[in-house]
Design a protein around this ligand. Structure first.
Ligand code: 8X3
Length: 255
């Protein structure tokens, strides 16, 4: 099988890891990029045992040097690069604007927005050269709406959404489509834990009473679907929420 390359950032857990598994099953040679190399190695071994191909590459998307190394390692594979999934990101804190930490806001801007910018810039030439490239930007419903305590995260996700929309305009007429995926409530091992600095009780409260929050595999399915449609079909934006979440503030909880 002639496998094309799909690069997934933030691949060591959650939506990223699920996307690596899903795209490998779809027949891509998946480059799994993240900071935690041990986790990537285990994931690549798992993919291989299932008959797929995944190459683990350490990459912190907040580092220019590491992103340059990622692009060089991808080039060494000498195969068409048809898909980039900008998944690395996250939230820190749920503080009101009045007392939010500047460092948290900076981190969120760096990992969500500039991380997407760095990796997209580094891989865009290869994606275009493939003749049928796709850039997926994992933003969030927080990229479309704001909520109390979510100012820093919403600001970063709104910026990431702006990046995706601008890129699509700029690439019009060139063979790279840009897909923005905006998940609502997704229960993963780490998203809420990172947001609350490891406080498991606060993290669990986010999903309390919600019968079925989305899981990472649900979003991986959306990514795989939009990335494997015929290349002239561009899903501009996909907003995905669990059935129990009709809107950001409208969540059905049963206690
Ligand atoms: C995650 C959605 O509601 O926590 O990106 O902002 S939310």
């Amino acid at each position: 099988m002639d496998r094309t390359v799909a690069v997934v950032t933030g691949a060591s857990s959650g939506i990223g890891a699920a996307t690596v598994r899903r795209l490998a099953a779809e027949g891509f040679h998946v480059v799994a990029a993240a900071r935690r190399r041990d986790r990537l190695d285990a994931l690549a071994a798992e993919v291989s045992a299932a008959g797929g191909v995944a190459t683990p590459i350490r990459c912190d998307v907040t580092s220019d040097q590491e992103v340059a190394r990622l692009a060089a390692a991808v080039a060494e594979l000498a195969a068409p690069v048809t898909l980039l999934v900008n998944n690395a990101g996250g939230a820190r804190g749920l503080d009101p604007v009045a007392s939010g930490s500047v460092a948290d806001w900076q981190w969120m801007y760096d990992v969500n927005v500039l991380g997407t910018l760095r990796v997209t810039q580094a891989l865009l030439p290869a994606l275009e050269a493939s003749g049928a490239g796709t850039v997926v930007v994992l933003s969030s419903t927080a990229g479309l709406i704001v909520y109390e305590g979510g100012g820093g995260y919403a600001a970063a996700k709104h910026a990431q959404t702006a990046l995706a929309e601008t890129l699509r305009l700029e690439l019009c007429g060139r063979p790279v489509r840009v897909v923005e995926i905006d998940p609502g409530m997704v229960r993963t091992d780490e998203f809420a834990l990172v947001r609350f600095n490891g406080d498991a009780e606060k993290a669990a409260a986010v999903y309390a009473g919600v019968a079925k929050p989305l899981v990472a595999e649900d979003i991986a399915e959306c990514i795989a679907w939009s990335a494997t449609l015929p290349h002239h079909v561009n899903i501009d934006r996909m907003v995905v929420r669990p059935l129990a979440q009709a809107a950001q503030h409208k969540v059905h909880r049963v206690f």
